[in-house]
Design a binder for this molecule. Structure first.
Ligand code: NDP
Length: 483
């Protein structure tokens, strides 16, 4: 097996195995070949991870912030040194083309670690003058944080959660999706090589039950989940019962609005990026592309031309731009949505079937004349299926874009920047772009409104979600007591 790790889990600074756990077979989506065989965490493994994290956290939190930063910077250097091998592993784990995994996955994770390593030592409290007496605040870590990841960006998600958590003095137990369990183990190993104390970052494998055990453990102070809305709706109340902090990065059906004065090439390119990158398996994708009627047919013609030129195939071939879906269940689900779209009367522009490059391919697919009521306009597909809807006026498109339970992302394409800002201001979404799409630099907050989630990852804003304020009142004079 070409990607078998030393053991299933990484706990307390070392690899850990417990063969009593349910077997997890990891397959390479392009060939179906089993590349690793792991075991889900047993209660003993979960106990070791949470107990170890709890034991390690106090010492880690007591270190100077620059000391923690130094460890994270060393981890960043190791990730960059091993960029090629980490990208290759990410491709095997997810099936995404190496052309993507070399530039997007680990590089974005390394950026997050670098950013928070730099930011954490600058965090300070404030002093509050009270006329003689005064108060001050201290920003403290929360304690043991649990991270639970989805399968589309497994290593990036692990880094995005670990970076703000660890830089501010928390410890973490991370559970990757059982579909893509390999990258997070590498991160745990790299942290140890970089000098992080044992137990500060732990990885345990498992399915939903392991995630649920972690999310409800009374020693856990925070749960950060990246996953679907239904999973979020289960994990959030479970965490809330223990009054835990939460970050929820969930699904979406985000609108991308193209006005007729927009650059056609840019809008078409962004619509493709926002629907076909990672074979469409991206939470913030602009899967409802609203195109102003006067531009619509020109937009569709150019979109079909450029989509037809996408190079699908072997993900390990550097020339490949488009890979398979992650597994058979996702493949079947996406093809089901395509059939439903046809049955409900959407106009197929291109694609619309399984690809012939391998068992799990779906052709990059575009449907036009999609209406707001169609399933394709309402449900998250999580595959390479773009819905193009048309509109006439600004007010109309804003109302329709907002008519959804989701609120993760939104984009506007227009040459009229005043309109761009005006429209974005009215869209109900946490992460927005004007004349760009799906760029998520670590410097910018990432997160959602409505049922797509709460809390923010990346940027200074993430600090709020991994720390808490202690307020201290200092009496400088005699205690004024009426008794
Ligand atoms: P799932 O919601 O199926 O799973 C997410 C994670 O939660 C997995 O690790 C899963 O384990 C775990 N889990 C499942 N049930 C529970 C439970 N009851 N308690 C605790 N943990 C649980 O998502 P997918 O992995 O299928 O990923 C796709 C979804 O993720 C899409 O909806 C997508 O939009 C969303 N996503 C959101 C992002 C964002 O930042 N907003 C980014 C990326 C994806 P297991 O895998 O074993 O089931």
């Amino acid at each position: 097996m070409r990607a078998q790790p030393k053991a299933s889990h990484f706990v307390n600074g070392d690899w850990m195995e417990d063969e009593a756990g349910e077997v997890i077979e990891v397959t390479y989506p392009y060939t179906g070949e089993v590349i690793a065989r792991l075991h889900a965490a047993t209660p003993a493994v979960v106990e070791a991870a949470i107990g170890g994290a709890q034991a390690a956290q106090a010492d880690w939190a007591a270190r100077k912030p620059v000391e923690r930063a130094r460890v994270l910077h060393r981890a960043v250097a190791l990730i960059r040194e091993r960029a090629a091998e980490l990208a290759a592993l990410e491709t095997l784990d997810t099936g995404k083309p190496v052309q993507e995994t070399e530039v997007a996955d680990w590089p974005s994770g390394a950026d997050a670690l670098e950013y928070f390593a730099g930011l954490a030592p600058t965090l300070t409290g404030e002093t509050i003058p009270l006329g003689g007496d005064f108060a001050y605040t201290i920003r403290e870590p929360l304690g043991v944080c649990v991270g639970i990841g989805a399968w589309n960006y497994p290593s990036q998600i692990a880094c995005w959660k670990a970076a703000p958590a660890l830089s501010t003095g928390n410890a973490m137990v991370f559970k990757p999706s059982e579909v893509t369990p390999l990258g997070a183990l590498q991160l745990a190993q790299i942290f140890i090589e970089a000098g992080m104390p044992a137990g500060v970052f732990n990885v345990v494998q498992g399915l939903g039950a392991v995630g649920a055990a972690l999310a409800t453990d009374p020693r856990v102070a925070k749960v950060s989940l990246t996953g679907s809305v239904p999973t979020g709706a289960r994990v959030y109340p479970a965490a809330a019962a223990g009054m835990k902090h939460v970050t929820m990065e969930l699904g979406g059906k985000s609108p991308m609005i193209v006005f007729d004065d927009a650059s056609l090439e840019d809008a078409v390119g962004a619509a493709m990026l926002g629907n076909f990158y990672s074979s469409g398996q991206i939470c913030s994708n602009g899967t409802r592309v609203f195109v102003q009627k006067s531009l619509k047919e020109r937009f569709l013609t150019r979109l079909a031309e450029r989509t037809g030129a996408i190079v699908a195939g072997d993900p390990e071939d550097p020339a490949t731009q488009f890979g398979p879906l992650v597994n058979a269940a996702q493949h079947a689900k996406v093809l089901g949505y395509i059939e439903t779209a046809k049955a409900e009367g959407a106009r197929l522009i291109c694609g619309g079937a399984a690809g012939n490059e391998g068992a799990l391919f779906v052709q990059p697919t575009v449907f036009a004349d999609v209406t707001d009521e169609m399933t394709l306009a309402r449900e998250e597909v999580f595959g390479p299926v773009m819905a193009v809807l048309d509109f006439e006026t600004e007010d109309e498109v804003i109302a329709r874009a907002n008519a959804t339970q989701f609120g993760l992302a939104a984009g506007v394409f227009t040459a009229d920047l005043a309109r761009g800002h005006r429209v974005i201001a009215q869209l109900q979404a946490g992460t927005c772009w004007i004349n760009a799409y799906n760029l998520t630099p670590v410097e910018m907050p990432f997160g959602a409104v409505k049922t797509s989630g709460l809390g923010r990852e990346n940027s200074r804003a993430a600090i709020e979600h991994y720390t808490q304020l202690k307020a201290v009142y200092v009496g400088m004079g005699p205690v004024d007591c009426p008794y």
